[in-house]
Design a protein around this ligand. Structure first.
Ligand code: GLN
Length: 467
């Protein structure tokens, strides 16, 4: 069976018609996943076959099933699956078994999706290359010497290499979109509050959002529709209806923001993408997001502040790695020092510093005020346009090790993705071309809050034109 060109929507039809069984499909993907040479899976779930058998039985009885029934999916390892390890690719949780299902997992199970395995990531989702995993970097399927991006590097790599039909990732500052761009697949960061964070191990709670990673825009929509929804266990989920597709046929480009620091091949691909949208009948206009230049600085205050608070629960006492000490304080210190990797420790220290007495107003409160300005910039622009177009990343996937020793250049990779999380708006990364060396490049479409349908529409048109 060759599934490389199969999509979730395509497979759903074959499963419904009986051309394919969930068991045959799952066996096929289990075999592929076991052959993973990318270090993308942390574990492949052999009990996936049991789930698949049940789906086939239900179908044989004539039950009407969801399009996801029998579809093998991979899950980032910061999303809890009852009875499975949720390590967040950290030594501190290396043997931690989840005691309940995340809200999105309950929804997937209800829809009959087959959970194929848990995927590698940057430790606690902190990073943009998956090199911060305690279990080694994920390789880019298009060039094994390069990173797959991060932090959802494993989830993206398995989709790009067809080791699963789709995956879930989490995105706090770009962790779905940046790897999606690096590996040539589709990744959606939904509007903040549309997808429940219950059972997602928190990084920065006001920025985190779970989203789909797929081969096509239609598949992203399908998966998104299954995982979204109000949840009493996440008080930030919202009941608002999605907006109808916006039909002004107008796309905004924050010109000054996208004119600096781009890799020349990315710049050329971006110019080409603008042309394609014009040919599709869109008016492409320059827009201003004046505060966006502060987004990265703002993010690297808010994110570590929230992360340091969230990670305080890993104390070596209640669960996770435990080390003995002479007294309780030393037990905390040793457990945490042994359990956390260097990037996580860096962010805990940064966050603790910006929240400390005397610095709170100067850093955290100020970053909060800047965040409101960024939100207001987006709100203003969305009065005029359907979507905002930028590259997803400044350039293609970099070499493994290339930026590992320089956190600042690594943080600059997030320049186009971070503002979206601060504003809480949705954005989708879609493949837009390749470098001469064959490395994928992605463009990002950002929408108004609850504007996912507009993004699917516009991204879908672009995809149809380019693939
Ligand atoms: N690369 C960004 C960071 O290191 C984004 C991480 C994420 O979205 N989880 O914080």
């Amino acid at each position: 069976m060759d599934t490389t060109n199969l999509t979730i929507s395509g497979v759903a039809k074959k499963l419904a018609s009986g051309e394919l069984t969930a068991v045959a499909l799952t066996e096929h993907y289990l075999a592929k996943a076991k052959g993973d040479n990318l270090n993308a899976y942390l574990e492949v779930f052999t009990d996936a076959l049991v789930q698949a058998k049940l789906i086939d039985e239900r179908r044989a009885k004539g039950e009407k099933l969801s399009p996801l029934a029998g579809v093998p999916l991979a899950i980032k390892n910061n999303i809890l699956i009852k009875g499975k390890i949720a390590s967040c690719a950290s030594k501190i949780l290396a043997n931690y078994t989840a005691s309940y299902d995340a809200a999105v997992i309950s929804k997937l199970k209800e829809a009959g999706a087959i959970l194929l395995g848990r995927t590698n990531m940057d430790e606690f989702a902190m990073g943009g290359s998956t090199e911060n995993s305690a279990f080694g970097a994920v390789k880019n399927p298009k060039d094994l010497t390069r990173v797959a991006g991060g932090s959802s590097g494993g989830s993206v790599a398995v989709v790009a290499a067809d080791l699963a039909l789709g995956a879930l990732g989490s995105d706090t500052g770009g962790s779905i979109r940046q790897p999606a761009a690096f590996c040539g697949v589709v990744g959606l960061k939904p509007t903040y509050g549309l997808v429940s964070r219950s059972g997602l191990v928190a990084m920065a709670s006001s920025l985190d959002q779970i989203g789909p990673i797929t081969k096509t825009v239609a598949d992203a929509k399908l998966l998104f529709e299954v995982i979204k929804g109000v949840d009493l266990l996440d008080s930030t989920t919202r009941a608002d209806e999605l907006r109808p597709v916006s039909t002004r046929k107008k796309i905004g480009v924050p010109r000054s923001f996208v004119s600096e620091g781009l890799d020349p091949e990315m710049a050329a691909t971006f110019a080409e993408a603008e042309k394609i949208f014009k040919n599709l009948g869109y008016e492409v206009v320059d827009v201003e997001l004046p505060s966006i230049k502060y987004a990265l600085a703002c993010y690297y205050i808010i994110m570590p502040a929230e992360a340091s608070t969230n990670l305080a629960r890993f104390d070596g006492v209640r669960y996770g790695h435990h080390a003995e000490g002479k007294n309780l304080l030393e037990e905390y210190e040793v457990s945490r020092a042994e359990g956390f990797g260097p990037e996580v420790r860096r962010r805990i220290m940064l966050g603790t510093y910006v929240l400390s007495a005397g610095y709170y107003d100067a850093y955290y409160a100020k970053a909060g005020a800047v965040r409101e300005m960024i939100k207001a910039d987006y709100a203003k622009v969305f009065k005029e346009v359907d979507a905002i177009l930028t590259p997803t990343t400044p350039g293609p996937a970099f070499k493994i090790g290339e930026k590992a020793s320089d956190p600042l250049t690594m943080y600059l990779e997030d320049i186009f993705t971070v503002p979206i999380n601060l504003a809480g708006v949705p954005a989708i990364s879609i493949p837009a071309g390749k470098t001469k060396a064959g490395l994928p490049l992605g463009i990002q479409l950002t929408g108004a809050p609850m504007g996912e349908n507009t993004l699917f529409e516009i991204a879908g048109e672009f995809e149809a034109k380019t693939s």
